[in-house]
Structure formats: structure tokens, C-alpha cells
Design a protein around this ligand. Structure first.
Ligand SMILES: C[S@@+](CC[C@H](N)C(=O)[O-])C[C@H]1O[C@@H](n2cnc3c(N)ncnc32)[C@H](O)[C@@H]1O
Length: 314
């Protein structure tokens, strides 16, 4: 593993420096360096791939800590300059690198993100019609396969074959471990790749159930992704999605605009057209649709997410 020499003769592994490990208030090493006005450390961490858009538990970027320092001085101004340049560079990049984004989150992903992705338990346990005992289930953008944990009993009882698809090798490694821990390794197959890649789709069979949780808002070609997912559903089967959205009827309110902008910084793009597209499909009848607000931990903010389940015509 690559090693880098840090100040005071400390040897730190590169992965530790750029990983998402945090102190109890959610600071990454970049937050700490920014708060200390340590411009050389900030530059070094950014060069190693530290994420300038990482937020602490109150939603602050490293830039906030440098700019809002109680005794700001030239050191902090320099850090602000460096961080703003890095954020602009990443923010202007037209294509976000989803693989690299998740690689940097490492094994902390589940614990930290759990509360940020609400309602998956409700979708998986109560909206998906397990009473139909699906024989095949494709989970698109499965991440660490948290969804499977909500319904392990159903999957075992129905003998469902589960195919987990994701772009990120780092998250699929965690999914693999979860599957082993749940004793589901004989029922689960992992497929690494983009749902919009024809080579990946060729590997996927038609399925009784296709699900996608908190992934569609990350896919630039979302309409292709929806068409591909719908194409994978067997006649009579179900398509189930959960994701963030601007609240129906309140799209132009300031809070909705704020959430849309805020999440877009992490490559998550709220778009009501996703829901409109699903509800407009003649081959799909909606069997569940609901919208809920849920609080982002440690903030007063409550973005909306929707739960959708459709059944494909026979
Ligand atoms: C916010 S995470 C959600 C993970 C998981 N569904 C959950 O709810 O915990 C989004 C996931 O979608 C994956 N993803 C994004 N774009 C994708 C694509 N085009 N094809 C497959 N997976 C994709 C990412 O790698 C990531 O694991």
C-alpha cells in the first residue's frame, strides 16, 4: 500500500488520509486541516483525492470551517482559496465519477449513509408484494445490498434468486460480505457494471422483481435506465423504486430549490420527470405511490423521497 510521509515524521496510509473516516462530529481529515488553516495539508489531502464536498454531521464542508473560523487570518484565507478552486474544478466536471466517489467512502459507507437514505425498509418490506413469491429479483444500484437485509426472510422463504448490480467495485465487496453474513451466497449473484451498458444487460435475465433504491437520481441518462429496468421486468412482474424528489406541487418553493442544489453537489439530481415517466407508462399500473419528508440528521432540512411500485401488464 502506498505510504506518504506526513509532517512530524508520521507515516500514514494513503487510504486513511483520503477515506471517509470521521471524528464524532463527522469531520474528515480535510475538515480538520481546513479548520486549522493548514494550507499545505489541505493541498496534499486534495492531491491524494480527499473530497472537498464531504460534509460533517451539521452539513458543513471543509470550506465552511476555514471561512467561519472564529479568528480568521491569512492562513485560513489561503485554505479558502485552495478549497474553492478544488470545489469549482469538481463542480464543473460534467461527468461525476461515481466509482471514485464511493471508493473514497470505504467501509464507513453504511453507518454514515444509513440515515440519509430513508424509507428503504418500508418499500422493501411493505410496498413490494412478496406475497407473489418472486423467483428472480434484480437490484439495480444495490450499493452494499442493504435492501436485501430488510427482506432476508422473504428471500429465503421464496427461494428468490437475487442479482445485485452496481457500478462500484468497492460497494460490491461490501455487498458480497453482507450476502455471506446473511447466509444467502447460494441465492445471490453480483454483477459489476452500468445498468445502461448493453454488455451488462445481456448478463441479466428477465425478473419477477426489479428494484432501484436511491440510484436513479445519480444516473445522467435516467430515462434509458428506466427503460432498461422496465425491459427487465417479466409480464406480471413488479418494478419498485425509491428516491429523492422535489415535493409534488411545491417544486418552486425555496426549500425545494435548496435541496435540489444541495444534493446536486454530490451528484444526486432531483427530477420530478422520473415519477411522471413511471406513472405515464401504459405497460405499468401503479400499485403504490407515496411521498414522504425525512429529516437529514442533525439539520432542520427535510427533503422528500417517493416510493413507487408498478406492475407490468401481462
Ligand atoms: C446512493 S447509493 C444507494 C445504494 C443502495 N441502493 C442503497 O439504498 O443503500 C447509489 C448506488 O447506485 C450505484 N450506481 C450509480 N449509477 C449506476 C449505474 N448507472 N448503474 C449501476 N449502478 C449505479 C452507485 O454505485 C451506488 O452504489
Amino acid at each position: 500500500m502506498e505510504k506518504v510521509a506526513a509532517n512530524k515524521g508520521l507515516l500514514l496510509e494513503r487510504s486513511t488520509l483520503v477515506s471517509d473516516s470521521r471524528n464524532p462530529v463527522g469531520w474528515t481529515l480535510l475538515h480538520s486541516a481546513a479548520a486549522a488553516g493548514a494550507s499545505i495539508c489541505v493541498s496534499g489531502l486534495l492531491k491524494l483525492g480527499a473530497n472537498p464536498f464531504a460534509r460533517d454531521l451539521t452539513g458543513r464542508y471543509p470550506l465552511h470551517l476555514a471561512a467561519a473560523h472564529e479568528a480568521p487570518n491569512l492562513k485560513h484565507l489561503k485554505v479558502c482559496d485552495i478549497l474553492m478552486a478544488a470545489m469549482a474544478k469538481q463542480g464543473l466536471a460534467s461527468k461525476k465519477d461515481v466509482r471514485a466517489f464511493y471508493k473514497s467512502q470505504g467501509s464507513r459507507y453504511d453507518g454514515f449513509r444509513e440515515a440519509l437514505l430513508p424509507g428503504r425498509d418500508l418499500l422493501m418490506q411493505h410496498a413490494v408484494p412478496w406475497v407473489k413469491r418472486p423467483k428472480t429479483w434484480i437490484s439495480v444500484g444495490c450499493g452494499t445490498a442493504r435492501d436485501i437485509e430488510f427482506v432476508t426472510g422473504h428471500v429465503k422463504a421464496a427461494g428468490t434468486k437475487v442479482i445485485l448490480v452496481d457500478l462500484s467495485d468497492a460497494l460490491l465487496d461490501m455487498a458480497r460480505q453482507r450476502v455471506i453474513d446473511l447466509g444467502l451466497q447460494t441465492q445471490v449473484q453480483l454483477v459489476e457494471g452500468d445498468i445502461n451498458d448493453p454488455k451488462i444487460r445481456k448478463k441479466l435475465p428477465e425478473a419477477d422483481l426489479v428494484t432501484c433504491s436511491y440510484c436513479l437520481t445519480m444516473i445522467p441518462k435516467w430515462k434509458d435506465a428506466l427503460k432498461n429496468m422496465l425491459g427487465l421486468v417479466k409480464p406480471g412482474g413488479n418494478l419498485a423504486l425509491i428516491d429523492f424528489v422535489t415535493r409534488e406541487g411545491r417544486e418552486s418553493n425555496w426549500d425545494q430549490k435548496l435541496y435540489k442544489w444541495w444534493f446536486s453537489m454530490d451528484g444526486v439530481y432531483f427530477n420530478r420527470e422520473h415519477v411522471d415517466w413511471l406513472r405515464a407508462q401504459k405497460s405499468l399500473s401503479t400499485i403504490w405511490y407515496s411521498e414522504e419528508e425525512s429529516r437529514v440528521p442533525y439539520t432542520p432540512y427535510t427533503p422528500t423521497h417517493y416510493l413507487y411500485v408498478g406492475e407490468k401488464a401481462k
